[in-house]
Design a protein around this ligand. Structure first.
Ligand SMILES: C[S@@+](CC[C@H](N)C(=O)[O-])C[C@H]1O[C@@H](n2cnc3c(N)ncnc32)[C@H](O)[C@@H]1O
Length: 242
């Protein structure tokens, strides 16, 4: 990687880490409030869909960019698997750690960068990333890294904001997402820029079809996606070939 590219990545990672560090204390509240609790349903669906791909005995799951740990705990509750959470933002992990302690799930939370995961090749039967991929400075590099740590036959689940697919609804949602959400989010979190970054980063992120095509091109098999709540979010699944 060139020095310039490396510097751009470092700068991006630094900004994203700082931003989540600033809003960590309000992150869960705002997530549930601004999504009308839909985020909880979406995470439940991720756990259910991943469970459908696993065979008995395939029970090691990595939740990348786990943040405050909601998906990691959902995976543990639904699949009763050995779940590991990883994120590069300490304040987000600190909140996850409190929830893990209360749950007695014993989920290990490991500080790490999604672009250089601190795990060996072919370590996990399932890998998830929820609302994390969009934040990476290099989306393709991130997907390649997720593929690396999956065992052959293992599945990746990507939950991410996407492009609404119902025309009238799409217009209304855009107004909400680009105007009202940054205003309310900024007010309640104390970080205007974090909640302006949210719609900005979603608008730059590939839509459902593009992301599916990228996953296929990078080597995932059986790539499919489903639109959630009219395409506000999408769940992409793909398998590491044998
Ligand atoms: C929007 S939050 C999502 C958290 C959680 N997965 C959820 O469903 O609520 C995005 C998370 O991605 C993490 N993140 C962003 N870039 C990362 C990177 N390069 N490596 C590891 N974590 C990253 C942030 O620290 C933050 O906790």
């Amino acid at each position: 990687m060139s020095d310039i590219r490396k510097a751009i990545e470092n700068e991006h990672a630094h900004r994203v880490r700082e931003m989540f560090g600033t809003i960590a204390g309000r992150y869960d509240l705002l997530n549930h409030l601004l999504s009308g609790q839909m985020d909880k349903r979406w995470r439940r669906l991720v756990a259910k869909r991943l469970q459908q791909t696993l065979f008995p005995g395939q029970m090691k799951i990595l939740d990348v960019a786990c943040g405050t740990g909601d998906l990691s705990l959902e995976l543990f509750d639904t699949i009763n698997a050995q779940v590991v959470g990883t994120d590069f933002c300490r304040p987000m992990l600190d909140i996850a750690a409190k929830k893990v302690a209360k749950s007695q799930s014993g989920i290990p939370l490991i500080e790490g960068d999604a672009l250089r995961l601190p795990f060996l090749d072919r370590s996990f039967d399932g890998v998830t990333i929820a609302f994390g991929l969009r934040n990476l400075s290099d989306v393709e590099g991130g997907l390649t890294e997720l593929l690396r740590v999956l065992k052959p036959g293992g599945s990746l689940a990507v939950l991410e904001f996407s492009k609404p697919v119902i025309p009238g609804f799409s217009f209304l949602f855009k107004a909400y997402f680009t105007k009202l959400l940054p205003f309310v989010g900024g007010l309640l979190s104390g970080s205007k820029s974090a909640y302006q970054y949210l719609p900005d980063s979603v608008l730059k992120f590939p839509d459902q079809r593009e992301l599916a095509a990228t996953m296929l091109r990078l080597g995932f098999d059986r790539v499919q996606y489903e639109n959630l709540t009219g395409g506000i979010a999408a769940l992409h699944m793909g398998v590491r070939p044998q």
